[in-house]
Every structure is written in structure tokens, then in C-alpha cells.
Ligand binder design. Structure first.
Ligand SMILES: [Zn+2]
Ligand SMILES: [Zn+2]
Length: 180
């Protein structure tokens, strides 16, 4: 059994089925809907799906003819989508609460991908939020492994010199310095 819920937990569902193939959809509609680079979805049979809580909180948006995207009107989470002419429901996997072993199979609608995202990019990972120093600093620049991006753009020598000084001092002082 799979269970899922929205951000405010007001809406919840159950599914008596294993998830279908997991795909990442990069289409513009999914990007706009979720405010992110892509939406991760998996289909399940409609007759195995049921709302268990908060159906009265649900709203839906018909993003294309016959395709309804259902979301919580209180917190805005997009929970499932469905096409009226199909007997499946598309689970928005970010709302799934059950841990699953299945892994995504493919990316689709890459022709409409965000310009700033490429799934082939290898990015550093952190178990939780990275230190602010890492988040706001430029990782690679010759002899100076970390430089504030805004100072690079400003070209103001005194400020840049101060930035170098502060950075090197922090690095020597061992203040959470972790070159990427
Ligand atoms: Zn909600
Ligand atoms: Zn899509």
C-alpha cells in the first residue's frame, strides 16, 4: 500500500498498487505547476486509488483539455493529476509518504527543460542545508578556491582585496572551510 499527503497534511490518499514507471517530466506545464525544474510522476490504476482525508480541500486546474491537476487549496501542494479518458492517476511523487525501492526510469520533455538545469550535471550533495559560506560563494577560481560572486562582478579593487583577506583569514582559521 502507498500513502501520500499534501504539505499541510489536510489531504491524504491511499493506493493499493505498486507504483508504475517513475519519470521526471520537464515540460513547461509541469515546471510552472510545481515551480521546479521537473515533476516526478508515477501512474497507478484509478480504481486502486482513494482519497482518505480532506477531499473538500481539493481544487483542480485543467491544464490541457481533459487533464486535471489536483492540488490542496490550503497549502498548494499538487498531489495527483489525471486525464478523464484514462483509467490511471498520476501520483506527484514529492507528496508520497511511503518509502519505495523503485527508481526513476527516464526524463521526458527535455525539449522544454529549464535552461539552468541539466540532469547530467554532477552537483555536490549535503545531508542538510549547506553552510552559508558554501551556498553564497563561487567554488572554483584558480588560486582562490572560493570567491564571492558579487565581488567578482563589481571589479572594485578595495572591496575585492578585503574579500580576499577575509576569506583567507577564515580559511586559515578553519572556519568551516570546505572547497567544492
Ligand atoms: Zn494541504
Ligand atoms: Zn509534464
Amino acid at each position: 500500500m502507498l500513502t501520500g499527503s499534501c504539505l499541510c497534511k489536510g489531504v491524504a490518499y491511499e493506493v493499493d498498487a505498486v507504483p508504475g514507471a517513475i519519470v521526471h517530466c520537464h515540460c513547461e506545464t509541469c515546471r510552472k505547476t510545481h515551480g521546479s525544474a521537473f515533476s516526478s510522476v508515477s501512474s497507478v490504476p484509478r480504481d486502486k486509488f482513494r482519497w482518505t482525508r480532506g477531499k473538500e480541500l481539493l481544487s483542480s486546474y485543467e491544464s490541457s483539455s481533459g487533464k486535471f491537476r489536483h492540488f490542496c487549496s490550503r497549502c498548494g501542494s499538487h498531489i495527483v493529476a489525471e486525464r478523464t479518458n484514462r483509467d490511471t492517476v498520476l501520483l506527484r511523487l514529492g507528496c508520497l509518504d511511503t518509502p519505495i525501492l523503485e527508481r526513476p526510469k527516464l526524463h521526458m520533455w527535455r525539449s522544454e527543460s529549464a535552461s539552468w538545469f541539466d540532469p547530467k550535471d554532477q552537483l555536490p550533495e549535503f545531508p542538510e542545508a549547506p553552510p552559508l559560506r558554501v551556498r553564497h560563494f563561487e567554488p572554483r577560481l584558480g588560486l582562490f578556491p572560493v570567491l564571492p560572486r558579487r565581488y567578482i562582478a563589481s571589479c572594485r579593487a578595495p572591496k575585492l582585496a578585503l574579500s580576499f583577506f577575509l576569506h583567507i583569514s577564515a580559511a586559515i582559521g578553519g572556519l568551516n572551510f570546505a572547497p567544492l
